[in-house]
Write a new protein. Structure first.
Length: 596
């Protein structure tokens, strides 16, 4: 009844509380438990008026719901209440809850807590409050499930709340996702990830938790729901067998194996650099054959439509990526000849080459089919794949149809530079600026350039735990992506991807085979602070400094020769230990290690 999402949509069939009550009746009819996710949304709960108003709202809610077996109160995301105040409030809420639902329980998560709040939360648990039944492990908890189990009283069960619905800015982002997909499909794409979800399920000791309730935002994660449900029933279940059961039951007996293989293919589409991923086109051909042979009834099946939508979308994005990568390279070649034809002519010709991405589009048949399938999904299940056409909240909330034509190369960054350079008075200065563009990634002889979003090259990064042991990246650096927002217009792709860590886990790079006789300089593109850099665990390159949100900061530092005079160099970045929220820090987009 009260969250950080929009409180009204033209797609709502009934008022929120009324619909929630109807859902509780359906669940009761099936003999299922009814859990309600109920964040604290009245601001500062140390203010008595907010505290009381929240309890009054809760009472009206509990009165209006047919059945509630448990309340799940997130400590954060949303909500931001100090644990001591939170516990005081929940004790009162439990009393009100049991007036209308006598056996109902309270579960709480320590999501988004700072170090101070997390430690306070654990201390309060040691007092073993009677009103609390258990603890929920959700996104932005400071440690994994197994570690949490070791430090909370045995009395309290832990229920997992794994995020199965999001692709970026989430608990379990797609690990090897190309920036082209992140730019277009964005955060809530149709996302069958059967093998990855099984890996996430099995990454913790099953004895550490008492079941799970998956965190979902809709139907985009339908396959993932079935994977978790199948593994919840039998943790050793064969994933392919779950997929064939899924395909047989929901699509049709004759599709059991072909559709299951297609779902595995969609997951493979997202693995690694898209430019070289030929399986995307092969998988589309398979789905097109299924589509051609399908009965009219099957073509109206929304699960069938979802798989087709993703397959066509992926293939269209790959086709565009190949084309736009070629156009960018051709434009850069034109800029390299600026000294011969003149800077202004070079900019004019390079701009026309880049314009071809819009004026002479490729694979329009694939694009058209994506739009047809989006309409089909709206007609079949009211799926909201566009803000204007289908009433989605935002492009980051599943409306990836609106992002299908987003530039996939660095054209926006090049256009912005062209606009700046043509205003420079002298030819010599303009040529100098163009030279900087074409040599952007050049670290010079004996130097190193690292684009941390490059899925094919991060050899200097100290990886930490293996992905299969740590898919939540509590103990390992991972690639983040920031796309689809007004603030990143005109950015390079290498600024939209970055390496980062969680909850003050250090980010470490190591270099060998350096020249021991020279001094090195470090140039870094930072995206988030506060951040600190050390060399060889003893030299402070820079202390903590903050970065303006939604900005980039390029900084240059000298590396003490003592740190590299053995031919080796270790660089370690740290974030403020007390950081809360999502815990993200140490965000670096690009780096150059240059001979000074």
């Amino acid at each position: 009844p009260n969250t950080d999402d929009a409180s009204y949509s033209p797609m709502f069939p009934k008022p929120q509380l009324e619909l929630t009550n109807e859902v509780s009746k359906i669940l009761d009819k099936y003999g299922m438990e009814v859990w309600m996710w109920y964040p604290l949304m009245f601001g500062d709960y140390t203010i008595p008026e907010n505290f009381q108003n929240s309890l009054e709202e809760a009472e009206k809610t509990f009165q209006g719901i047919h059945k509630i077996d448990a309340l799940f109160i997130p400590g954060g995301d949303p909500g931001h209440t100090p644990p001591k105040v939170l516990f005081e409030y929940l004790k009162g809420e439990k009393y009100i809850l049991n007036k209308y639902h006598p056996e109902a329980e309270i579960w709480v998560s320590p999501q988004g807590f700072s170090v101070e709040w997390f430690n306070e939360f654990i201390e309060l648990l040691k007092g073993e409050p009677e009103w609390l039944t258990g603890v929920v492990h959700g996104p932005w908890v400071r440690m994994n499930v197994d570690s949490l189990r070791k430090i909370i009283p045995e009395k309290y069960q832990i229920r997992r709340y794994p995020d199965i619905t999001h692709t970026i800015h989430c608990e379990y982002p797609v690990p090897n996702w190309d920036i082209a997909y992140a730019t277009t499909l964005h955060r809530e794409a149709i996302n069958p990830r059967p093998l990855d979800q099984a890996l996430i399920f099995r990454s913790t000791d099953i004895k550490s938790s008492s079941g799970f309730i998956t965190y979902s935002e809709g139907v985009n994660d339908d396959v993932n729901k079935m994977i978790w449900s199948g593994l919840g029933w039998d943790p050793n279940a064969d994933i392919y067998e779950i997929l064939t059961d899924y395909s047989r039951y929901f699509i049709g007996y004759e599709y059991a194996y072909d559709f299951a293989n297609g779902l595995l293919g969609l997951e493979k589409n997202w693995n690694g650099p898209l430019l070289s991923n030929h399986s995307v086109d092969i998988n589309l051909l398979k789905f097109q054959q299924l589509e051609k042979d399908a009965s009219p009834r099957t073509r109206l099946n929304w699960r069938f439509q979802q798989a087709l939508y993703r397959s066509y979308y992926d293939a269209y994005i790959r086709s565009r990526l190949i084309y736009e990568t070629y156009l960018e390279n051709a434009a850069l070649d034109m800029l390299r000849g600026a000294s011969e034809i003149g800077s202004l002519k070079a900019i004019e010709y390079a701009s026309k080459i880049l314009d071809s991405a819009v004026l002479n589009k490729v694979s329009m048949d694939l694009r058209q089919r994506v739009f047809e399938l989006a309409e089909a999904l709206f007609q079949s299940i009211r799926m909201q794949l566009s803000v204007d056409k289908y009433h989605a909240i935002s492009v980051g909330r599943g409306a990836n149809l609106d992002l299908i034509d987003e530039p996939l190369n660095n054209s926006a960054w090049l256009y912005a530079n062209f606009e700046r350079i043509v205003k420079i008075d002298t030819e010599a200065e303009r040529l100098l600026e163009l030279e900087k563009i074409v040599n952007w990634e050049n670290p010079g002889p004996g130097g190193y350039y690292i684009d941390f979003g490059d899925l094919s090259e991060n050899s200097h990064l100290v990886r930490g735990s293996k992905y299969e042991d740590d898919p939540g990246s509590w103990h390992s650096p991972f690639i983040g992506r920031r796309t689809g927002y007004p603030q990143d217009k005109g950015w390079r792709n290498s600024w939209k991807t970055y390496i980062h860590t969680l909850f003050n886990y250090p980010l470490v790079l190591r270099f060998d085979n350096l020249d021991p006789k020279v001094e090195y300089q470090l140039k870094i593109v930072y995206l988030r602070g506060p951040i600190k850099l050390m060399a060889d665990d003893q030299y402070v390159i820079h202390d903590y400094f903050e970065i303006t949100p939604w900005s980039i900061e390029v900084r240059t530092y000298d590396i003490p020769q003592e740190a590299s005079n053995d031919g080796k160099l270790s660089l370690q970045w740290e974030m403020e230990p007390a950081i809360g929220g999502a815990g993200r820090g140490n965000k670096i987009g690009e780096m150059w290690l240059i001979k000074k």
